[in-house]
Design a protein around this ligand. Structure first.
Ligand code: FES
Length: 321
């Protein structure tokens, strides 16, 4: 998807409160028919229009890829975030029309794997809802380990356990239940692939433990969307477009560039796909890199920035855009 990409007009058909932090949203195509097909792990970018502002947030599709009559996403409320999740929680109601992107999959199953070992933390369970539905419809062999803070915040744990029984292992922090990662990894058959989605600390822990245990890097898949964080406002010059703009406290740099009428490419809006990579021509401050795309050397070089999640502190930032 390039900037904007192809869009789908949808109607919100249901909004369900799942627990104190999570709501589920159902979308159907406004003009009837079926939605585009997708595979487990795909996300859509949801447009949220409010007054003069449009926010675009990526959310994993959690409905079954086998049924494209509707799409379902779950949104965890983030009171300290830039407002996208609050918009979804507070303003989106059944009957409302919205615009979403076509699905894009940056976290797909490797179907050559003999077995799929899934590890989820918190709201990171959502892509696995779709992936397990996809695998359960065929001969796919999977095992899911799901760590949650508390029972009430164990989003969809009971549903998954009742669907897939012993293939689902659930751990609650409030009961002192730890995911026995080393043991889990040590008991997998050859040809297993690992998939992890959850907080950054969990992803780093799983990747490091697996790599230290000798798992090949290409068998470890992770979904590492970084939600753009608010920060101090800063000024930017877009050299190619000859535009000066200010990035607001609750805006991402990408969002500010789009608001100025320039359309950089994007896919994930979460610092993982590389699409929005932008050259820095000059700056006199500190680039605040929040992405998982650029290497450490590229971060240090000060020559590149991922505007979907990264910010700047200083007086002058000039971008080749
Ligand atoms: S849009 Fe994917 S890294 Fe910025």
């Amino acid at each position: 998807m390039s900037a904007g990409g192809s869009k789908i007009d949808v109607t919100v058909t249901d909004v369900v409160t799942v627990n104190e932090l999570v709501k589920r949203f159902h979308f159907e195509p406004t003009d009837g028919g079926l939605l585009p097909t997708f595979s487990g792990g795909a996300h859509v970018v949801v447009e949220m229009r409010h007054e003069d502002e449009t926010r675009l947030n990526p959310y994993s599709l959690m409905s079954s890829p086998l049924d494209t009559r509707d799409y379902t996403i779950s949104v965890r409320r983030d009171d300290a975030g830039r407002g996208g999740s609050l918009f979804m929680h507070n303003r989106v109601k059944p009957g409302m029309r919205m615009v979403i992107s076509h699905p894009v999959n940056l976290f797909s199953l490797d179907l050559r794997a003999k077995k799929h070992l899934m590890i989820a933390g918190g709201i990171g369970i959502t892509p696995f809802m779709a992936q397990t539905a996809q695998l359960a419809a065929g001969p796919g062999n999977f095992e899911l380990h799901y760590a949650c803070r508390t029972g009430p915040l164990s989003t969809y744990a009971e549903e998954l356990k009742s669907r897939y029984g012993h293939r689902v292992h659930h751990y609650r922090n409030d009961l002192g239940q730890d995911l026995p990662l080393e043991t889990v990894l040590a008991t997998q058959p050859l040809g297993t692939h690992i998939y992890v989605c959850g907080p950054s600390g969990m992803i780093d822990w799983v990747r490091k433990t697996a790599l230290d245990a000798g798992w090949p890097e290409e068998t470890i898949h992770f979904e590492h969307f970084a939600a753009p964080q608010p920060g101090k406002p800063f000024d930017v010059t877009l050299a190619v477009s000859d535009i000066k703009l200010r990035v607001g406290e609750h805006q991402s740099l990408l969002q500010a560039i789009e608001a100025a009428g320039v359309e950089p490419p994007y896919l994930c809006r979460g610092g993982v796909c590389g699409q929005c990579e932008t050259d820095v021509i000059s700056h006199d401050g500190k680039l605040l890199h929040n992405d998982h795309w650029l290497s450490e050397e590229e971060h240090q070089s000060g020559k590149k920035i991922m505007p979907c999640v990264s910010r700047f502190e200083g007086k002058t930032l000039v971008l080749e855009r």
